[in-house]
Ligand binder design. Structure first.
Ligand code: XMP
Length: 317
């Protein structure tokens, strides 16, 4: 029977024993796993822990600033690195989903490696790897925002030659949340929906431009805030919006418009392997659709995805 308090005591002692006086670098993603790993290590080794949080320009609206402030408020030694422009310029003109993922994975590693180099004499790389990641070993769809340790040796960025510390590697997701709660992490942060490492890039079908990112961030914010306001957020496993590469005709006043279509997706799932679309109330969908069309310039039509997985995946790319 898993006891979060006992786990914290044991793992803190284990990490102190292992790491001693060394410096440790850790990549924060804003997600539950990397956050809990950071707070645990902060408890174990304090200022020897150096956290790096990279903005790839594909996060949710205001996410980088909000989460960075939250991290600082938690007493973490964290550096925010805004590499948005670099990511977006490397992605310009790319429309293939797997190519997008590869570019984002590569640029992330480059940015992280540069930052890790700035920490003098760092010896360890800490990761928020949890038990299901250990079993899966290789992520099906390419690199996520956290760095996985199972890369081939040789030609590695320098930080990957570091020793690895993975305090959560024996835990399941619900256990990680319970540990997080024991450590006093904000329940809202612990209850966050999963969010893919490549972020909004795989929810903008086709090529990515800063304008498309802006539109999708606005749409997504209306949807996610709406779910929270209506008490629906915690009933959904994952939700988000997708910007479709089509324009549709609409009317506004006496004018015809020819603007973007967005799809909303909300699913129930336990592990993301299978998923059912959520029967969100019609009244809620009506309200959100109106709000999106009224507020977000460039969008004149909203559709709701009623496909389950399989065969439809959760993400559209
Ligand atoms: P799919 O679309 O395969 O998604 O049904 C299952 C879960 O995985 C997330 N996902 C990703 N996460 N990098 C990630 O870190 C990726 O490239 C990626 N692709 C999908 C997706 O958001 C869902 O939670």
């Amino acid at each position: 029977n898993f006891t979060p308090g006992a786990f914290v005591e044991e793992i803190v002692a284990e990490m102190q024993e292992k790491i001693q006086g060394d410096k440790v670098v850790l990549g924060l993603s804003g997600g539950v796993d990397s956050t809990v790993a950071a707070v645990l290590l902060n408890k174990a080794i304090g200022s020897q822990l150096y956290c790096i949080f990279v903005n790839n320009g594909l996060l949710r609206k205001n996410e980088f600033e909000n989460v960075l402030n939250q991290y600082k408020g938690m007493g973490l030694n964290v550096k925010g690195v805004d590499a948005s422009e670099r990511f977006l310029s490397e992605l310009a003109g790319v429309d293939d989903p797997e190519t997008k993922r590869k570019i984002i994975g590569r640029v992330f590693i480059e940015v992280f490696d540069d930052e890790a180099h700035l920490i003098e004499d760092v010896k360890w790389l800490a990761q928020g790897t949890i038990y299901p990641d250990v079993i899966e070993s290789v992520s099906v769809k390419g690199p996520s925002a956290t760095i996985k340790s199972h890369h081939n040796v040789g030609g590695l960025p320098d930080f990957m030659k570091l020793k690895i510390a993975e305090p959560l590697r024996m835990l399941f997701k619900d256990e990680v949340r319970r540990v997080g709660a024991t450590l006093g992490i904000d329940p809202e942060l612990l209850g966050r929906h999963p969010f893919p490492g490549p972020g909004l890039s795989i929810r903008i079908l086709g090529d990515i431009t800063p304008e498309k990112v802006r539109i999708l961030q606005e749409v997504d914010a209306v949807f996610i805030n709406g779910l929270k306001e209506h008490g629906l957020y915690d009933k959904v496993w994952q939700a988000g919006a997708i910007l479709l590469p089509v324009n549709s005709v609409g009317v506004m006043g006496d004018e015809r418009t020819y603007e973007k279509v967005v799809a909303l997706r909300a699913v129930e799932s336990t592990d993301g392997m299978t998923a059912d679309w959520v029967h969100l109330p019609y009244d809620f969908l009506m309200k959100i659709s109106n709000e999106i069309i009224n507020k977000v310039k460039g969008v004149n039509r909203v559709v709701y995805d009623i496909s389950s997985k399989p065969p439809a995946t959760i993400e559209w790319e």
